[in-house]
Design a protein around this ligand. Structure first.
Ligand code: DGJ
Length: 752
């Protein structure tokens, strides 16, 4: 039993393999949070002791006792306007317009299996893999009922949380904020790690101490966004990859979101995470309920690396429902950076022919195959083939591609429409626009109102017809602008504050129906690169295009940041042409491949333009990927370097589940005149200490493991019991003349 309730102390204890989460029904029935951290036994109720703080008000029944205040009490979920001045979970008002709620314990149930989240993706459990705790609380005055859900995945070291608010009263209520959770850390000095960025530079790690005040990571863009990922980590200030306590909070949601972190007057740190409350207003009629998205929690006392691996395993094993999630993905060629909009059947087939000759397995036809899509200003919404570009239609092209022994994949952007399209001309009211205002444009396109059932139904029928009618094995689902002008013509004025969340529910409804009907289609998410790289989309898409920036050097930090929460098997990554189209930089083909293998691996360039030597290299790269695909996709991932300490070298390692084999990848991104020796500590088990499985007896030929530092990347395989001679040093190393006079310069060496 991973969940227990101790009647006498009114104590809930949730145990996973290495962690404990504890809460207690406190004074007046408030649900107090006591602890989330390294596994501990027995009652931890001593961790919360009410103390008097001036200007922290007391609940009326305790007005003489004076020490208990909601303002200093760690709580599992807060109400509003009743004395807790910290960041709160809920803002609700009732019939008289009065804001106010405070929740008291009513009942609880411990259930086998994992609860489901209505209308939104959530984690799932295999037989006997999880238990659920549901605690029901209520606000007596409004009649608002709160169900707190806890899913405990003991072996995975993950606890999921979600909340459900039901109006059990007689009057309509208005929600202006409804977060998924509150998590109080009553003691400890923490750093906050969050993942911010921009288009072409997503998920850059930002780490800073949590000081007094409130820090917010949020998106108001209608999507989880390039700018702020819905994922944060609290880490002990001296926590490293291998050591120290850290706690991750990951929102399973793809729309606007908000995470507030506040260190309060008592030194306690509170995190509140959930959907965005800006412009949010949800009417809850009597009997209606509101479901919040789920949050995935994991705690590691063995540093950030273990925290990431917990998430990687969980996303692969308990979140993504695609049968593809643990399968080897086909090596693909995508025509976008090879042709942009300028292609026809012959051009695509010539790319496919060359790709197939080199061992590529899937051709993806990107933007431009439909309607009047000759450039980015028109055609979106008209998901019918453009026969002028592709005479004979998709079938002719697909049969030629299949004839080359390759599968066929197609790009779509279902949530969008151009004004210059048949769809918009027929249904202008389907787009999000504000009454009386010219719409704000993004990429000269508009956003469809996915909160409308007729829009979702139309897209379901159209996309189903495409998938039924043609032999399509893969879909790239793009989304190329943020939401503005959020106003739904299907909602009455008082419900306009629901439009942004209903949009996300509509996207999920469509994905739900399509993935149920076409489970074998490999779905790759995308939003102008990685603008919607989140756990919500990963429930449907086993892979998401990581960034529109395909420069291998820039990708190092993008993929590094992404790896804190999301598995390598989810990161869409391609080898593209040089000079790179985004940066103009030239990087060796080998290095580009090493970086793209830190992901799903594919190509995005016209392979016909390569030299014969480069084509031979591509063939070898694909062979290499096949050799290591399972290791890369299923292995345990270790970050070996930290760009905050040195940007001279990026190294990472994937270890097979049986720990018999590891792939080490190293990239030197910058040229420097003089660089000291860079030492890379291999990891694999036991937190950075020498790993028993990775005995490398003695460095017998040191020069083979050293190279003057120069830009380039390479990979080496490390097998149990192997000595260094069986390690394959990076190609950059092997190409160098192994002269001792080169050894005095900066060098990379692996420390087993
Ligand atoms: C943005 C994507 O990220 C690109 O890969 C490409 O598919 C374009 N959209 C096409 O418009």
């Amino acid at each position: 039993m991973s969940i227990s309730f101790q009647v006498q102390d009114r104590l809930f204890t949730l145990h996973t393999r290495t962690t404990t989460y504890q809460m207690q029904i406190g004074p007046l029935g408030y649900l107090c949070h006591l602890y989330y951290g390294r596994r501990a036994e027995g009652s931890l109720s001593h961790l919360y002791r009410p103390e008097e703080f001036g200007f922290s008000p007391n609940p009326y029944p305790l007005r003489l006792q004076k020490v208990t205040s909601l303002d200093t009490m760690p709580q599992e979920y807060t109400g509003c306007n009743t004395g807790d001045f910290r960041v709160n979970c809920l803002t609700v008002s009732g019939a008289e317009g009065a804001y106010g709620a405070e929740f008291r314990y009513v009942s609880h149930a411990i259930l086998p299996g994992k609860y489901a989240v209505e209308g939104m993706p959530s984690a799932f459990a295999g037989a006997d893999e999880a238990e659920t705790l549901v605690i029901t609380l209520a606000d007596e005055v409004t009649g608002l009922e709160l169900e707190l859900y806890y899913g405990v995945f003991e072996a995975r070291d993950v606890i999921t949380r979600a909340a459900r608010l039901r109006n059990a009263g007689e009057n309509a209520l208005t929600l202006e904020r409804a977060a998924s959770l509150c998590l109080d850390f009553p003691f400890g000095d923490w750093d906050l790690l969050h993942f911010q960025g921009r288009h072409n530079m997503e998920r850059q790690v930002v780490r800073a101490p949590i000081t007094g005040g409130i820090q917010t990571a949020s998106s108001r863009r209608g999507a989880s966004s390039h700018q702020h990922n819905p994922f944060v980590i609290l880490a002990e200030q001296d926590a490293t990859e291998d050591r120290g306590d850290c706690c991750g909070l990951m929102l399973v949601y793809s729309g606007s979101h908000r995470t507030d972190v506040e260190r309060d007057q008592t030194g306690s740190t509170r995190v509140v995470m959930g959907i965005q409350d800006s412009q949010f207003r949800w009417t809850l009629a009597p009997g209606e309920h509101f479901q919040t998205p789920e949050v995935l929690l994991t705690f590691s006392h063995e540093g950030l690396g273990q925290l990431s691996r917990n998430y990687h395993r969980f996303i692969r094993g308990n979140l993504c429902r695609s049968p593809w999630v643990n399968r080897r993905r086909p090596v693909l060629i995508n025509n976008w950076e090879a042709t942009y909009f300028d292609f026809d059947t012959d051009k695509i087939i010539s790319i496919a022919r060359q790709a197939s000759a080199l061992g590529v397995e899937l051709l993806v036809l990107d933007d431009g195959w439909f309607g009047s899509r000759y450039d980015e200003n028109r055609g979106l919404g008209d998901w019918f083939v453009n026969e002028e570009k592709l005479p004979g239609g998709l079938d002719r092209l697909i049969s030629e591609v299949n004839g080359l022994g390759m599968q066929f994949g197609l790009w779509v952007e279902p949530e969008m429409v151009n004004e210059d399209s048949d769809l918009y001309r027929a249904h202008p009211d389907w787009a999000l626009t504000l009454p009386g205002r010219a719409p704000t444009m993004g990429r000269n396109q508009l956003v469809l109102d996915m909160g409308r059932e007729d829009v979702v139904e139309y897209l379901y029928q159209r996309l189903s017809a495409l998938l039924e009618g043609h032999n399509i094995s893969y879909i790239k689902w793009d989304m190329n602008r943020s939401l503005t002008d959020v106003y739904s013509r299907a909602l009455p004025p008082e419900r306009q504050g629901e439009a942004a969340h209903r949009y996300v529910l509509g996207v999920y409804a469509l994905l739900e129906r399509l993935t149920a009907r076409f489970p074998e289609v490999l779905l790759e998410g995308c939003a102008g690169g990685g603008g919607r790289f989140d756990a919500g989309m990963l429930a449907y898409c086993p892979q998401i295009w990581c960034s529109d920036d395909t420069d291998a050097v820039e990708r190092l930090s993008i993929q590094y940041g992404t790896s804190f929460g999301y598995p390598v098997s989810a990161m869409g990554a391609h080898v593209s042409a040089c000079p790179n189209h985004q940066t103009g930089r030239t990087v060796s083909l080998d290095t580009r491949a090493v970086v793209a293998m830190h992901g799903t691996f594919g190509y995005e360039l016209d392979l016909n333009l390569l030299t014969e030597a480069e084509k031979a290299a591509v063939r070898r790269q694909i062979e290499r990927f096949h050799r290591y695909a399972d290791l890369i996709g299923q292995g345990d991932y270790y970050r070996l370097t930290d760009p905050a300490r040195t940007s001279d070298c990026y190294a990472w390692q994937t270890v097979s589940p049986d720990k018999a084999e590891a792939l080490v990848s190293v990239v030197i991104p910058h040229v420097r005149a003089t660089t000291p020796l860079i030492r890379v500590q291999l990891r694999g088990a036991g937190g950075g200490r020498p790993v028993p499985g990775f005995r490398v007896r003695r460095v017998q030929r040191r020069e083979r493991l050293r190279c003057p530092v120069r830009p380039g990347g390479g990979q080496g395989v490390h097998r149990r019991g192997a000595d260094v001679q069986r390690l394959r040093p990076p190609p950059a190393v092997r190409r160098l003349p192994q002269r001792s006079d080169s050894l005095g310069k900066g060098a990379v060496t692996w420390i087993p």
